[in-house]
Design a binder for this molecule. Structure first.
Ligand SMILES: Nc1nc2c(c(=O)[nH]1)N[C@H]1C(S)=C(S)[C@@H](COP(=O)(O)OP(=O)(O)OC[C@H]3O[C@@H](n4cnc5c(=O)[nH]c(N)nc54)[C@H](O)[C@@H]3O)O[C@H]1N2
Ligand SMILES: Nc1nc2c(c(=O)[nH]1)N[C@H]1C(S)=C(S)[C@@H](COP(=O)(O)OP(=O)(O)OC[C@H]3O[C@@H](n4cnc5c(=O)[nH]c(N)nc54)[C@H](O)[C@@H]3O)O[C@H]1N2
Ligand SMILES: [Mo]
Length: 808
């Protein structure tokens, strides 16, 4: 056992390996002071819920309390490794600020109450609305952080029992574009690739994906390849100097919002140099000619002018993509939350279709997820889509669900695309959505244009239910607050970004009267007395394992088939879906035979126009039946709708830092993590601060047409003309001030196809408020690394010492 400061060294020690070798084991562990592995009572299998990587771990329990975590050496995802949030994050569960009793609003104040009182209020309101305006007055806004069993239960309640079309997850803000891009190209959601592609790749291209900070263990895997023999070449497309950029063979820092121009130029180059797999194209794809025609004029010169990149750098990037024998690509928020999100994400799929690089070791596409359980929100229909990747526009798919749930097909809303999150807020703004039930998400900090969101959530005619583990900014606006059990206090499964399913079992009891989200949803269904056509309770299940069994039946025959994946099997470690009798050990890579789920009777979606977002009709789709081939879809570049201007000369982007998770309800309550990034900061380039006389640590104001945020300036190697704000800082621990949440500045604009908000392209300006008294409170170990000024290194000290064991 060796100990190291995992705040100072977030990725831990290197364990180099060569191409095609097995990634060595390194078991990481962090236990509370005074506890040793030998003195732990029980180890309970689970996986991380602070990102999408699915790092498997055992929860250490002593005297009925969580006292630490240890990575699982035998799990396919992490081979024992854990990141800083995995190692330290569990401490939030034990915070004295956990919600322990339901709250209801009485005379304007939230007061503690019992479950009967709180649930009765919700039931009374639901009944009134169902009897009056009807199901469409009720909406559910959920998460990417609950468990599969909870989403499926919520999905059945919303789609099957109530029959409202208004159900979505915060996955709309997160990976709606990933899902849409996979449907557009391959006919269904579902990640083609696998993390093991990192072990085989000759080149890895990362588009708007700061993997070093957002999936630290996946980055450790890449770092270990880079340290071994035959390291892969890296292409990084990101306007910030992330660690990925620093390790890249080619780093392109395009002007935010111009991904589509760049992608078309890269495709142009592949075609111009005939770096194509003609056999694969002919046998397994449709749509090549239209793409070739569209990108013909997209020379590196033309794109370079728009992206403000050197044409020769674009050529180098294309050369890297075009010559790699095995190419792995990853895509995340720099694409999904930027202008032309779906269109650009689809072009990454196109690179792989053109080069025939799918379904083979080292040749994956990872249209990444962000949240730990976002895949399940999508699979189970809690994002509005129908469960099991069923197609709302396919009558037989709707019938199939109606049979499974024993309800009438016409009672399952399927007239058009599901209501997306921002549309639900708009309906509430207009007064037609009257009950909004928010579970495991904090929209008062995470949605764009917060002043508007606060107004909507505060409307007297909106009955707001908030189900959370803490009293968040959103909870403060609620009519009823329900205290939920957290990870470690309840049982359920979830699926990471490479389709690996983990079981997370209850390790300890929840605090006070807090209850598992599953139990809360089922309690609501019972109190509402929802019934199926035969008069049985709907949903009929009673606990996590029976909910899971029902889900297995729902998934049967669909791309995300879980039928042979029992809890018992999952206790041994993560397994990738589909997992069926024919494939009892799961499936490492999809589409190994070049066959895609694009048949009209089977596909999840008939697709959309990438530019307008208009759905393609069934007849149109059938007329161009792809017959199981991959669909190459082209799109032209369009300039962003809010380009920099004289008044707002900078492009504002927002995102994450390594040490915090989202709105910090958990990570602000973990000393090691909070101390590493205690306050908001503003990342600026030296070129942009010089005229304003701003230096490191000065208090500056960033303002847009929507609002203003104040923070300390951090001067970095970010591309000139761009300002970056971390979006983590709400106001629950900041005396109610509204001047530090990035979303005060962002716009309500959505990608036309995925309806994902564009958190990464707005115009802004800066001004200096007052001189600083020291450096900005930003980490030095990450993309916020300072350039120029002498700033003390970010360290965690003795409290952040964690152990690792290379023994295996
Ligand atoms: N530490 C930590 N890890 C997390 C999370 C967290 O909160 N903290 N959240 C999890 C979740 S839910 C998610 S969705 C993921 C997100 O993970 P990432 O997508 O990796 O994180 P972001 O910081 O949102 O954005 C990534 C990068 O996009 C770049 N970018 C901005 N605009 C553009 C553009 O127009 N084009 C290009 N090419 N790049 C651009 C930014 O500079 C930024 O470095 O992280 C997951 N992991
Ligand atoms: N400007 C800007 N805005 C963004 C982004 C960005 O990059 N820039 N990224 C977007 C993305 S990708 C995402 S994913 C969202 C995230 O936005 P949110 O979902 O709002 O962020 P979280 O802080 O993760 O909120 C999750 C909530 O669930 C609670 N919770 C945790 N576990 C449980 C549980 O088991 N049960 C219940 N009931 N509650 C639980 C937490 O306490 C917390 O309040 O933000 C989006 N907003
Ligand atoms: Mo996300």
């Amino acid at each position: 056992m060796v100990r190291s400061d995992r705040i100072a060294e977030p990725w831990g020690v290197r364990t180099p390996y060569g191409r095609g070798e097995k990634w060595p084991v390194r078991t990481d562990m962090f236990l509370e002071d005074g506890v040793r592995a030998e003195t732990v009572d029980r180890w309970v299998p689970s996986a991380s819920v602070l990102h999408s990587n699915g790092d498997a771990m055992d929860i250490a329990v002593r005297d009925g309390r969580v006292v630490g975590v240890r990575g699982r050496a035998d799990d396919r995802v992490n081979h024992g490794r854990l990141g800083p949030k995995d190692l330290f994050g569990w401490q939030a569960n034990r915070s004295a600020q956990r919600l322990t009793r339901p709250l209801v609003r009485v005379d304007g104040q939230l007061v503690e109450t019992d479950w009967d009182t709180a649930m009765d209020r919700i039931v009374r309101h639901s009944r009134e609305l169902l009897a009056g305006p009807g199901p469409e007055a009720i909406g559910f806004y959920t998460s990417g952080q609950l468990f599969l069993e909870e989403y499926y239960t919520l999905g059945v309640i919303a789609h099957g029992a109530i029959g409202t079309p208004h159900v979505d997850g915060n996955t709309r803000l997160c990976t709606a574009t990933a899902a849409e891009a996979l449907k557009e190209s391959f006919g269904s959601d579902g990640q083609p690739g696998s993390y093991t592609d990192v072990d085989h790749a000759d080149a890895i291209a990362l588009y708007g994906h700061n993997v070093a900070e957002t999936q630290t263990v996946l980055w450790a895997r890449i770092l270990d390849r880079l340290a071994g023999s035959d390291p892969p070449a890296l292409l990084c497309v990101d306007p910030r100097p992330t660690l990925v950029a620093q390790h890249a063979t080619v780093h392109l820092a395009p002007l935010p919002g111009t991904n589509m121009a760049l992608m078309n130029a890269l495709l142009h180059e592949l075609i111009a140099h005939d770096q194509l797999d003609h056999e694969y194209l002919a046998a397994h794809t449709v749509g090549f000619d239209a793409l070739a025609e569209l990108v013909a004029s997209w020379t590196p010169e033309r794109a370079g002018h728009i992206c403000r990149l050197e044409p020769r750098e674009i050529r180098r990037a294309a050369q890297l993509l075009g010559t790699a024998p095995r190419l792995l690509s990853t895509v995340l928020q720099g694409v999904y939350q930027s202008h032309q999100a779906t269109a650009a994400a689809v072009q990454v799929n196109n690179v792989h279709l053109l080069r025939g690089m799918l379904g083979k070791p080292g040749c994956g596409v990872l249209q990444m997820n962000g949240q730990p359980t976002a895949q399940n929100t999508r699979e189970c229909g809690a994002d509005g889509d129908l469960p099991g990747f069923r197609n709302y526009a396919n009558a037989e798919h709707v019938e199939e669900l109606a049979r499974l749930w024993d309800v009438a097909a016409e009672d399952i809303p399927h007239d058009g695309p599901p209501t997306h999150a921002m549309q639900m807020f708009e309906l509430a703004e207009k007064g037609s959505l009257r009950l909004l039930w928010v579970s495991a998400t904090n929209p008062a900090v995470s949605l764009p244009q917060l002043a508007r969101i606060r107004r909507i959530l505060s409307r007297p005619d909106l009955f707001l239910v908030v189900q959370d583990i803490f009293r968040t900014e959103t909870a403060e606006l609620a009519d009823v607050v329900l205290p939920a059990a957290a990870w470690g206090e309840k049982t359920g499964t979830f699926t990471n970004a490479d389709r690996t399913v983990h079981l997370s079992e209850q390790a300890v009891v929840p605090p006070g009267a807090a209850r598992a989200d599953l139990d809360i949803f089922l309690d609501y269904a019972r109190r509402m007395d929802f019934r199926d056509r035969s008069g049985n309770m709907l949903p009929p299940w009673t606990d996590a394992e029976t909910a899971y069994a029902a889900w297995q039946r729902c998934s049967a025959g669909r791309p995300c088939d879980y039928t042979a994946l029992s809890y018992a099997k999952l206790r041994a470690g993560g397994v990738q879906w589909p997992c069926t009798e024919a494939r009892p050990d799961g499936t490492e890579r999809l589409y190994t035979d070049g066959h895609f789920p694009t048949e009209p009777d089977y596909c999840e979606s008939f697709g959309k126009d990438l530019v307008s977002g208009a759905p393609v009709g069934e007849n149109d789709y059938r007329a161009h039946d792809p017959h199981g081939r991959g669909i190459i879809k082209a799109a032209d570049y369009q300039p962003p709708n809010e380009p920099p201007s004289a008044g707002y000369p900078l492009v504002l982007i927002t995102g994450r830092t390594l040490y915090h998770f989202h709105t910090r309800t958990k990570t602000a309550r973990v000393p090691q993590l909070q101390d590493a990034a205690p306050q908001v900061w503003v990342e600026l380039s030296a070129d942009d601060v010089a005229p304003a006389g701003i230096t490191e640590g000065d208090l500056v104001e960033v303002y847009s047409a929507r609002g203003a945020v104040r923070g300390r300036a951090r001067i970095t190697a970010i591309r000139p003309g761009v300002v970056f704000l971390p979006f983590h800082y709400g106001y629950f621990d900041d005396e109610g001030e509204h001047d530090r949440a990035a979303n005060e500045l962002t716009r309500t604009e959505l990608d036309p196809a995925s309806k994902q908000p564009l958190f990464k392209t707005a115009a802004a300006a800066i001004r200096r408020i007052e001189p600083g008294t020291g450096p900005a409170p930003a980490p030095t170990t990450t993309a916020s690394k300072p350039c120029g000024a002498a700033v003390p290194e970010t360290v965690g000290g003795p409290a952040a010492l964690a152990e690792h064991d290379l023994g295996g």
